[in-house]
Design a protein around this ligand. Structure first.
Ligand code: GDP
Length: 369
């Protein structure tokens, strides 16, 4: 009779039976884990040591099981999302998984958005976006998990909303869950960095329970790596380069038809046709290199300059070839490259092509800013 063993990277239950399923590790590794050694599943191990993404099934069974368990609990469910990557980080089935439980959506990393953006507008936008994917949160909050004050305010809101119940914090990887949970622990204990944070997807430790003052628990559940997000395919160094650290400074580009923007070597935006010369505003990490060229020259430029002028990706990232998506706007819109940023378009009937490495989500949404 052995205890269940968890990967310390993604929190998946370790198993040595099926390589294609989550939590797989060789039998030797499992034996080490059984002797209380901290071990990674093969996927996290390879991701960390070789920047190699393993081909595993899209549905992470463990994550779904964990979410499924939520509906059996009597608890407040707090879904932490990254507002800089809302669509990539929202858990689309969360309403179903929450069941009868109250659901709170907390948008993190508010410090990255322009200060001019009103919080009430932002909350309204999150609520609308949530409704679009069938999620009806009981409340929506905005924080920066880096700010102790924000986290204190949030804890007050949670305290009011939980009505004596347990609290489950759920979120996909990279939304800042460890950062938030660290802050919460700090508030309680003043001990810093109890939970590991890092740029790297999959570093939330499996299941952390923080006692609340009425014998209830605040439970930090493990995250899951989202294959639609660009960070899934990048090395730790490249993730660092694309991750915004400070308030994003929007950059405006006047483009003619048949002009192209490269966002480093990770995304491409072609203005195909529309109302003649137009202004496009980009929202990416401030230092990310953006290159303008003629669309007819773009293919050649990409093949000769990827990893050179157009970097990241550096050579330690293994990204797939670029896939093209075409969109026509019907009003003010954002073209989102999941995990990287977005380009905003004001005018309707603008036809564009957006490219990103195969597997990375590219979508159009109502303009945020
Ligand atoms: P987890 O995978 O959800 O546990 O995410 P982490 O806590 O490891 O955070 C992922 C990345 O986001 C790290 O680089 C954090 O420093 C960063 N981060 C977390 N919270 C915030 C925030 O409020 N603002 C900003 N700018 N970055 C944040």
């Amino acid at each position: 009779q052995t205890d269940t063993l968890y990967c310390i990277g993604c929190g998946a239950v370790l198993q040595d039976k099926d390589e294609s399923k989550s939590g797989y590790a060789p039998t030797k590794t499992l034996e080490k884990a059984a002797e209380d050694e901290a071990v990674y599943c093969k996927r996290c191990f390879r991701l960390r040591h070789y920047n190699e993404v393993q081909d595993v099934e899209l549905t992470d069974d463990d994550f779904l099981n964990m979410l499924h368990e939520l509906s059996q609990k009597d608890a407040l469910i707090v879904n932490l999302v990254d507002i800089f990557d809302f669509n990539g980080s929202i858990i689309s089935g969360i309403q179903r998984f929450a069941g009868q439980n109250p659901l709170m959506i907390v948008g993190n990393k508010v410090d990255l958005l322009p200060k001019s953006l009103k919080q009430s507008k932002m909350r309204q936008w999150i609520t609308e976006q949530a409704h679009l994917v069938g999620i009806r949160p009981d409340s929506v909050h905005l924080i920066s998990a880096l700010s102790k004050d924000h986290v204190m305010d949030l804890m007050e809101q949670i305290e009011k909303a939980r009505k004596g119940k347990d609290v489950y914090i759920v979120g996909t990887t990279n939304v800042g869950k460890s950062t938030l949970v660290n802050q919460i622990i700090n508030l309680a204990t003043d001990e810093s960095d109890v939970v590991t944070t890092s740029y790297f997807p999959g570093t939330t430790l499996g299941k952390i329970e923080i006692p609340l003052d009425d014998e209830r628990m605040l439970v930090d559940t493990p995250g899951v790596i989202q294959p639609g997000q660009l960070s899934y395919y990048l090395s730790a160094k490249d993730i660092k380069e694309i991750t915004p650290r400070k308030e994003i400074k929007p950059k405006s580009y006047q483009l003619n038809e048949e002009q192209t923007l490269f966002i480093a070597g990770l995304a491409r935006f072609d203005y195909i046709s529309g109302n003649d010369k137009q202004s496009f505003v980009s929202y990416f990490a401030n230092d990310l290199y953006i290159h303008r060229t003629k669309t007819e020259k773009a293919d050649d430029l990409y093949s000769s300059q990827k990893g050179e002028l157009l970097t990241p990706p550096s050579e330690d990232s293994e990204i797939a070839s670029m896939k093209r998506y075409e969109f026509v706007t019907s009003g003010p819109s954002d073209i989102v490259f999941s995990g990287l940023g977005w380009i905003s378009i004001d005018q309707a009937d603008t036809k564009i092509a957006a490219w990103a490495p195969q597997g990375v989500d590219v979508l159009i949404r109502k303009q945020l800013i």
